[in-house]
Structures are given as structure tokens and as C-alpha cells.
Design a protein. Sequence first.
Length: 203
Amino acid sequence: MSKGLFISVEGPDGSGKSTQIDLLKKYIEGKGRRVTFTREPGGTPIGEKIRDIILDPENTEMASITEAMLYAASRAQHVSEVIRPALERGDVVICDRFVDSSIAYQGFGRGLGDAVATINSFAVAECVPDVTLLFKLDPTVGISRIKRAQDRLEKENLKFHQKVYEGYLEVEKANPTRVVGIDAGRDIEEIHKEIIDKIGKLL
Ligand code: ADP
Ligand code: TYD
């Protein structure tokens, strides 16, 4: 059993995850707990290189299985190099996207199904979040909020993003104790209050 607390944050592109993670990190540090913030794909030097390959809009020929395995490879390195050691030290780990992103994007969006859970359970070796904040927002709203250049996944069509979102709703249904759904269509302060109310109890 690790001493830390593992929080993953999930949801469609542009749903406000980064904005809320910044606020949550400050809140937790204010309570005197050490926070390790990290993100996927990436989070380690090897993972960042994998991230560049996955998200490069020029890699139009990438097969869905390759994509799923690259995300899982980045994650395996991330768990071993960053997440597990931080939890063993007793940190609160906040991870911007984790296995549920692969279930939603590769499992549902790309249609790879249950194989995605199988390769990911091998990759993370039982390192599962204690709590997952799922930002619930219509994917069209999320995409419309993104002002910077879009990466390879963000450039996918609306049908893909709708399937991803349905995938997230399935993940929520299948994991009612771990996954906390957050209505991400409200204003930033209101969402932050709900999150600290839920996370504060776990610290
Ligand atoms: P994500 O990390 O999920 O992609 P971001 O936190 O980067 O999302 O937010 C995407 C954009 O939406 C940013 O420009 C951000 O300022 C804006 N944003 C974040 N939260 C909200 C909100 N609750 N309402 C409206 N806009 C928001
Ligand atoms: P990210 O940079 O977190 O995008 P955003 O800040 O918009 O949320 O993630 C990059 C993209 O990778 C994003 O479109 C979601 C996708 N993704 C997957 O398809 N599978 C995965 O396992 C992960 C971690 C991300």
C-alpha cells in the first residue's frame, strides 16, 4: 500500500482540465501536502519523445494499434519513473490524463475495444488512481475553446470526439466509486469549489 494519493483528471480536449489542475494543486499545497503534477502522454524524457511522435499532425499513416501501444509505452515509463516513486514518498499525484483516456480515445474512438484495457493493465501493473475527476462537457464546446494549433488527435472529426465522449460515460458507469463526474460547463470558480469539496475529504 502506498502512502500517497493518486488523482487522475480526464475529459474531452478543452474541457478545462489544465485550468482546474492548477487551482487544485495550489489548494493541496496550501494544506501542506507535497504535490507531484504530471501529464500524459509524456511526463518523462522518454515519454515526451513518444508524445511528439503520437501527436505530430504529419503522422497521418499511424495505425490505431500503434497509437494505442505508444500511449501505453509512454504510460509504463511514467508509472515506473514518476508516479509510483511519488506515491511511495507520500505525495499527492495529480495526473492530467491516464488509462481512461486510452479506453475512451483508443478503445471507443478508434474502436479497438477491450484490448486497450488489457495492454494498459500490463503497462501500469496495478497502479490505479484512487480518484478520477471526469470533466463532462459536450466535445464540440471543448474543441471550440481551443485557440492554439490542434494536435493529431484534436484534428479528428466530430464523430470521433462523440465516440470518445460516449466512452468516457461508459468508464464512469463501470467505475462508480473511483470516477467523480464534474459538470465542466459551469464557471471556473464554481467547478473549483466542487473539486476541493470532493478532494479535501481525501487529504
Ligand atoms: P484542457 O486542459 O482540458 O484541454 P484547458 O484548461 O486548457 O482545457 O482549457 C481550454 C480553454 O478553455 C482555455 O482557454 C481556458 O482558459 C478555457 N476554460 C477553462 N475552463 C473554462 C470554463 N469553466 N469556462 C469557460 N472557459 C474555460
Ligand atoms: P493533451 O495534451 O492532454 O490534450 P488536452 O490538453 O487538449 O487535453 O492530450 C493530447 C491528446 O492525446 C488528447 O487529444 C487526448 C489524446 N490521448 C489519447 O488519445 N489517449 C491517451 O491515452 C492519452 C493519455 C491521450
